[in-house]
Write a protein that binds this ligand. Sequence first.
Ligand SMILES: [Zn+2]
Length: 299
Amino acid sequence: MNHVVGVRAGEDITVGLVDGAKVRGPMRMFPEPGGAQGIGFEIQSMPMDAVAETVANLINDVCLEQNAAPSRVGIGFPGVIRGGVVEESPNLRQAKGANLSELLQSALRGHGLDLPVFVYNDADAMAAGIAATRQQLERLIRVWTLGQGIGFGRYPHTEDILEGGHIVVSLDPREAYCGCGGRGHLEGIMGHRAMRLRFLDLEPEEVFANAAAGDARCAEFEHLWHRALAAGTATAVHMQGPGKFFISGPDARFVKINLLSQYLHEMVTMSPLQGSVFEIVPPDPQLPVIGAAVNASRQ
Ligand SMILES: [Zn+2]
């Protein structure tokens, strides 16, 4: 059987053995769910060779448990990825410049596993996972991932830079909460980390709950948050054409589709570019794992 290992690494690490568009057997995660480690902190303080070592250990565990001999590894990682190198990763700064492909191949050889490793932007891996699990590998799939950072992924995979989270959606110089330091960025408004910086007294969950309860400051922000995502999407439509936009990630729970669609409609008025729709993808840790493996198998 021609299995491929799929990996998603970022705030945490998930590894699975992928067969076609399905994960075979149980996935392995770090930190382990229910474990004592703080979310995000563990990986953000790890040097990249330790991250590669951790991923290699999980891959080795999965192969041993399932008596599998996979042909290759696909890994999704946040940031600007080219040729296996993480050129920039604003929310995992230690990754900048790391040749993740080489680091992981070397760590795997320590387990006697000689496997080619292909690295993708994590949002691109999510897009591929959506395409594969919906049997839409022939379609253009675009997805926003809303978490600590904001990702924009597309399938089919290309080597083009697609840092959609850093699309400029505001000319206000005070908009400076983006993890990359750039002003006016989409992530500086929508990113989980950016929201915590903006509302030092409130968690993002409380901001949206207060907005629903009628708090004016929070309600104003909720509109800004949706306008920002509509603006980012409008830019994608104006550059690449209309279509379906999936929304995934932990903060997709805050999205009001009607409000978002209304704003997008106000921002995209040329008739050949209209007709885009949004769909929220329910949380599923398998999707980026499957997607990374699917991209690797088509490489
Ligand atoms: Zn930015």
